[in-house]
Design a protein around this ligand. Structure first.
Ligand code: HEM
Length: 145
């Protein structure tokens, strides 16, 4: 876990170098497949949500949100980012997190819960790291707004 977070941190520093996520071709061995396709991603997001609401660093911000919407939007976003056939229809990251003043520590906490959820669902480490790398470009749109 520490290694994964260290990788994430160094990727954050290199954030500008990321290329856009490729889109999936039928039958291709994509990150989307490694995550268990949309249903696997939905399970990972559900697991992540349970961890988030029990985390004192995050719980206050998530209190009272529309959980079903959050689950659907984050699932579609991760599905799309992993190369799956999903369209993200939610708000921009700036809009969704406006006024929350999300901190670096909170961003890392969410990434941490994502990793733990992927571990629980037996996602291989390489695939975990590839998904984390695709979240790096979102960092500056989420933290500090
Ligand atoms: C990798 C990091 C993150 C990603 C990919 C992410 C993604 C998302 C997405 C897709 C939504 C739904 C937007 C919509 O419904 O239109 C959302 C909402 C939300 N996010 Fe994040 N987020 C991240 C980090 C964080 C962090 C660190 C916090 C800490 C406070 C946070 C707090 C929230 C809250 C409270 C909402 C619900 C807002 C509302 O419904 O009014 N997020 N996020």
């Amino acid at each position: 876990m520490k290694i994964i977070l260290a990788v994430l941190t160094s990727l954050l520093l290199l954030g500008g170098c990321q290329s856009p996520a490729p889109s999936a071709a039928a039958g291709e061995d994509t990150l989307y497949n490694a995550l268990g396709e949309r249903s696997g991603i939905a399970d990972i997001v559900e697991d992540m949500l349970y961890r988030i609401v029990e985390d004192p660093r995050l719980a206050d911000d998530f209190r009272g949100i529309d959980v079903a919407r959050f689950h659907r939007q984050l699932t579609d976003q991760l599905c799309h980012l992993s190369g799956g056939p999903c369209t993200y229809t939610g708000r921009s990251m700036e809009e969704a997190h406006a006024g929350m003043n999300v901190t670096e520590a909170q961003f890392n906490a969410v990434a941490d819960h994502l990793v733990l959820a992927m571990e629980t669902h037996s996602v291989p480490t390489g695939a975990q790291n590839r998904l984390l790398a695709r979240l790096v470009p979102l960092h500056d749109r989420i933290v500090g707004h």
